[in-house]
Design a protein around this ligand. Sequence first.
Ligand SMILES: Cc1cc2nc3c(=O)[nH]c(=O)nc-3n(C[C@H](O)[C@H](O)[C@H](O)COP(=O)(O)OP(=O)(O)OC[C@H]3O[C@@H](n4cnc5c(N)ncnc54)[C@H](O)[C@@H]3O)c2cc1C
Length: 597
Amino acid sequence: RALGQYARAVDAEALSKQQYDFVIAGGGVAGLTVADRLSENPKVSVLVIEYGPFDQKEDSVLVPGAYFPVPYLWLPFSSTPQTALGGTVYSVPCGRVVGGGSAVNAMFFHRSSAEDYDAWDALGAKGWNWNSLFPYFKKSETFNRPDATYAKERNITWDDSVHGFSGPVRASYAPYDYPGSANFYNGARSLGIRATKDPNAGDATGIFRLQRSVDPKTNTRSFARVNHYDRIIASRPNYHILPNTAVGKVTFRGTTAVGVEFVNRTSGVTGNITAKREVILAAGAVHTPQILQLSGIGSASYLKGLGIKSVVDLPGVGWNLQDHLVQKVNYNYTNNHFPNGGSLQANATYAAEQRALYDANQPSAYDLTATTGNLIIQLPLKDFTSDAQSIISLAKSQNPASLYPKAPASVIKGYKAQRELIIKNINDAAIGDISWNTGPETSLYMTRPLSRGSVLINTTSILADPLVDFGAITDPTDLEMLYAIYIKNRQLMATPDLSVLGPSETSPAAGVTDKAQILARLKATLQPSNAHECCTAKMGKREDGGVVDSDNTVYGTTRLSVVDASIWPYVVGGGPQASVYAGGEKAADTIKRRHGL
Ligand SMILES: Cc1cc2nc3c(=O)[nH]c(=O)nc-3n(C[C@H](O)[C@H](O)[C@H](O)COP(=O)(O)OP(=O)(O)OC[C@H]3O[C@@H](n4cnc5c(N)ncnc54)[C@H](O)[C@@H]3O)c2cc1C
């Protein structure tokens, strides 16, 4: 049988006889963005090989308010014991499904501050800066304005000039809001926190309304499977996806990538497929470095220990892992509004009513994700604490080589350069967030880590998880920044607008005021990952631990590129997906140009 639209019906033998112009490993945000753009040309054939299945349009995928439990995660998957956290292991959250992280994420969809992208360029990702990414942010989205009356009532503001109106990702604001949002907004304003007109304009600090990747016509998730595959596939016989299949390694002629080896996860059947023009890695920041190492691209001496023949000695592969720290803070409220962000879980009658409204396409609590409220506060360090200078001094006093003892020398060199820029921008770009779901849970995020981790293989099987070391809070500055965010949240909860609701903290440090004790509680309860893993095949100079050049090509190879969140020099503040979509759009243009398409 010839390859069908979904390529699901094809057995490995038939597939092995096919050749594609481009073979893409990983059908997540970046992979499907690039596949869509390349296959716009009917003469270009594209195969995406995706480890996970197609989703079955479950509520937990499509309905924002039915988000929990999060489906299609890579489970069970644990990190290595975290040395600065008493040897505890933590889960490594990533999506494993067509659509990748966008099929399972909390749908925050927003850009970071211009300083973050400009820092990438300064660190050697030449041409990757705010100005060059800006048109791609616009290209990636169809922005939907909220209803005018609702927007006025709820202080929703935006700037049309920074948005796109014809791109694949549907971006919108929730049409429903809990009354507690007003308390949060007014409390933040009373602390002097600026109301940001639109965080997507290059300054993502202040308090603002969360834009989400949700289609406002259907009130369902707008994710890469829908916006970069379902939307177009009927007219693209040249675009195929092979699900439930792992890319095991890239195959080479010399240092030229010529295809991939794959294994079907359920049948175990293996095969090879030829890529006539290019192999594109888009397996996410945890798995792209795994594929590279299994293919002989990484530290030659390390790979030799596993019996893997080196193709290119590239010690930066797998290093520079970054993520955002998460700290949940829970409260009891004696006088909270009803309904609030906890009501769907706590009150079955209310949940049934809201579900009926949602099904009738009326504004409903099901239009919100179960994780968040509608508002978020993102601030630079100086706006979280008056103690910013001593935190900066602490950061400067660290010795990067001893913080990251096993990292190759080139990686340390790049790490030092990153630290200098991060410290320089620390009082301008956001370092963390406060998000209250208007119910029992507040989420704090420390988004400007100075600690670094790694993803290294320790077997030669693609079906075994790589070793993921988040390196969480190995630089003690990160814990101090988290503490600053935590204290700011306490100040916020003490403002008249929020204290009127009668909050009393139940965890992580109920009643504790001593700093050392609070730090101990934070260490015991923080999560090293917000599923925002990135930066493990960094774009930048090779001598600084770089893995890909500014055109996404893996150093020392031809016809092999990386397009996902692995390529970032350092993590953006806020949610990463909008930046991955934009980076995918930019990479697709680069690849087209390279092949004269
Ligand atoms: C639970 C969760 C919540 C999140 N919430 C938000 C949010 O609210 N806002 C936000 O901006 N970001 C959020 N993120 C992060 C965001 O989704 C990711 O940053 C983004 O998906 C990364 O895109 P990517 O293309 O780099 O990788 P992914 O989208 O993860 O895609 C990688 C794909 O490659 C596949 N793959 C892996 N190994 C192989 C292999 N060997 N062969 C073939 N395929 C392979 C994976 O199955 C996956 O589908 C969240 C992520 C998760 C998991």
